[in-house]
Design a protein around this ligand. Structure first.
Ligand SMILES: [Zn+2]
Ligand SMILES: [Zn+2]
Length: 326
């Protein structure tokens, strides 16, 4: 194949990957970021262009609790693991790549799916008439970000400090972080620990898959002596294979494997970055909502930190407004 044609194909491929991963990361992210405003604008434009049925469908995906993204998440997981099992697993074992490394992704995805399931199904910490009085005692009001005697106009309940009303879930959530469409649930006081473990295990799954696939491709390159091979270019000149040639050859020989590897690299980059960000917020005892608000309010207090260990304890042993009631 002429190299220009390959170049265009490759650029198109990278563009497609960046698009998928950006959408993936964006949708898992913050409900009140600047990107949210961009999305809001895009929605306004879409409302002028798209047919009514499609708008209703998109509206129900983003503005009501909906399993569409949970299904999409499971489909993406299945596609990546089907490709891995179908094309990489056998060859990797034949090439004598360490079997523990080859099977590690299956262990990590099992852990990940468990965290995903708990994250989807756990009550994030809804404020109800029954637990309202206990919830408002958990954190002090700073009267800058969170004010005393502030009632939620929708729930008609007192808003505890650090809570926020989620329009999608239709209730105020204790220690609100954000609403995540991928888990079809809010992330709040009672499930942030599962969300952190979910993000960590998903990143590690992607890292382990990428590691096995990279080792596999390197083995193929080494065993086929591709780096020392010569090839005849379109003008009839004989050339020694260089790195660009090897990448082109791998791309054309194992298109699905290389595509999966590209997807995993971008996923690691974006998801890994997001995971680090959320763990940083956790050890400094801030929620995404507070981090975003603090940037807009000059002189806002830097959260509710009790030291790194205290902050982690608060995440992994959250105050329960239910246990105390009994
Ligand atoms: Zn509310
Ligand atoms: Zn929500």
């Amino acid at each position: 194949m002429p190299s220009m044609e390959f170049l265009w194909l490759f650029i198109l491929y990278v563009f497609f990957l960046v698009l998928i991963v950006s959408i993936f990361c964006f949708l898992s992210g913050r409900s009140s970021s600047r990107l949210h405003h961009v999305l809001h604008r895009a929605e306004q434009v879409a409302s002028l262009v798209l047919p009514a049925w499609l708008q209703r469908c998109l509206g129900s995906c983003f503005h009501t609790r909906n399993r569409a993204f949970v299904m999409l998440h499971l489909i993406l997981d299945t596609l990546v693991f089907a490709e891995y099992t179908w094309e990489v697993l056998d060859y990797s074992l034949e090439l004598e790549i360490n079997w523990m490394l080859v099977f590690l992704p299956y262990i990590l995805i099992t852990l990940n799916l468990y965290c995903f399931y708990i994250c989807c199904t756990t009550d994030p910490g809804r404020v109800t008439r029954q637990n309202e009085s206990l919830c408002i005692q958990v954190y002090e009001y700073d009267d800058i970000m969170f004010h005393h005697n502030n009632k939620c106009p929708t729930c008609h309940l007192m808003k505890p400090a650090r809570s926020k009303h989620c329009g999608v879930c239709g209730s105020c959530i204790q220690r609100f972080d954000h609403h995540c469409v991928w888990v079809n649930n809010c992330i709040g006081a009672q499930n942030i620990r599962y969300f952190l473990l979910y993000l960590l295990s998903l990143t590690l799954t992607a890292v382990s898959l990428a590691a096995v696939i990279t080792v596999f491709l390197l083995q193929v390159v080494l065993l086929s002596h591709m780096m020392t091979a010569a090839y005849v270019d379109s003008e009839g000149h004989e050339d020694i294979a260089n790195l660009a040639y090897v990448i082109q050859h791998l791309f054309l020989t194992f298109p699905r494997i290389v595509f999966t590897l590209g997807f995993l690299f971008l996923l690691i980059l974006f998801l890994g970055g997001y995971t680090c960000f959320l763990w940083y917020l956790s050890i400094t005892n801030q929620t995404t909502n507070e981090w975003y608000k603090a940037r807009r309010i000059p002189g806002a207090p830097k959260g509710y930190s009790r030291g790194i260990l205290g902050n982690l304890k608060e995440i992994f042993q959250p105050y329960s407004c239910y246990k105390k009631e009994r």
